[in-house]
Write a protein that binds this ligand. Structure first.
Ligand code: SAM
Length: 329
């Protein structure tokens, strides 16, 4: 087994890499990829699959054992399933997961499953088709829901439903979403809206976890679930006799930087050290210049050495020119 080499200045073991394979998306979510002008990457600026696979292999040899594929919309990039198959074949990689909006899930589910992806995160901010269209700009709720049901039939476990709480838009949909956990084994995760980049979400303060939790508790007592060693940042709960779980993610009210174990690889080939900081190392240029694995290792180690202890206390939209769609969430 490889020795773990990705330990930062604050003694955090970085074993989790989130890879964004595209900055394009087939939805226009108001808080992530709004219908506003945005500079998209040129084709030649985006890492090719073989480049991503090389970086992934290297990262696993230094101690990464968990990889999440995200975007933009990963399934909207041609060849994604083929890429997932190659990724899954990397020796030493214990866990591959995929974050998707679910629009293309139904047509790709067999290959995603056979590639060896076990865990899916699907974005779903409402169960109301009209509201879904209002939030995402597309009338595809039915398609997404079918995708979720088919994923369930294929035995993906867990299926996490990511709900971004948009004050003034989906406040009244939250309990209905939480109710799904009685009937289905879904993990419903309520996420505080981060003020990142441009947005067409209402310009009012975000609803924070304390308030969101109060709303959800009107359905019944939330029983805390003990944290597991591989848990992410969600505070986990369940209702008595429910099949699924409820999670709360509080990037705004209570950031979880102290336990951060993540690095990110952006679609344009930068190792990003923190979601909300632009401290990054360019790995695409050295790859395209033909540098050897040992030199690429230095790029990784430099990124690790520069990882900040935490993201800024106050998130300012102005300090974050990037949209989430370009970073990967
Ligand atoms: N297209 C995929 C999807 O919709 O899930 C993957 C990319 S998306 C950027 C990844 C995650 O980021 C989603 O779960 C989304 O809910 C979350 N996200 C995007 N913008 C956000 C924001 N401003 N605040 C909080 N979460 C956000």
């Amino acid at each position: 087994m490889q020795e773990h080499q990705l330990i930062d200045r604050y003694k955090r073991h970085l074993n989790y890499l989130r890879i964004s394979i595209t900055d394009r998306c087939n939805l226009r979510c108001m808080y992530c990829n709004p219908r506003l002008p945005r500079q998209k990457l040129l084709h030649k600026e985006v890492l090719r699959y073989e480049e991503i696979l090389r970086i992934a292999r290297l990262s696993v040899s230094f101690g990464i054992n968990k990889i999440r594929i995200t975007g933009g919309e990963p399934l909207a990039r041609k060849g994604c399933c083929n890429f997932l198959e190659h990724l899954a074949a990397i020796d030493g990689l214990k866990d591959i997961s995929l974050t998707t909006n679910g629009v293309l899930l139904k047509q790709h589910i067999n290959r995603i499953a056979s590639a060896g992806v076990k865990r899916l995160n699907i974005s779903l901010d409402t169960l109301n088709p009209e509201k879904y269209q209002q939030i995402t700009g597309h009338d595809v709720f039915k398609q997404v829901w079918e995708g979720i049901e088919i994923a369930l039939q294929h035995g993906f476990n867990p299926i996490k439903l990511n709900v971004v709480v948009i004050n003034g838009v989906n406040n009244d949909d939250l309990t209905q979403l939480a109710e799904l956990s009685f009937k289905y084994p879904f993990h419903i995760r309520f996420i505080e809206l981060m003020p990142i980049g441009k947005t067409t979400a209402p310009a009012i303060r975000p609803l924070l976890v304390a308030e969101i939790k109060k709303k959800i508790e009107t359905l019944g007592d939330l029983i805390p679930i003990a944290r597991g060693t591989n848990d992410g940042p969600a505070a986990r709960y369940r209702f008595k006799d429910s099949m699924g779980e409820i999670g709360f993610i509080s990037p705004v009210s209570n950031h979880f930087c102290k336990a951060c174990n993540r690095l990110r690889l952006t679609a344009d080939g930068h190792i990003l050290t923190c979601l909300l900081s632009n401290i990054s190392e360019d790995i695409k240029t050295p790859i395209r210049l033909g540098l050897l694995d040992n030199d690429l290792k230095s790029v990784f180690l430099n990124a690790v050495a520069r990882k900040p202890f935490q993201h800024p206390e106050k998130l300012s939209p102005l300090a974050q020119p990037e949209q989430m769609v370009s970073i990967g969430g």
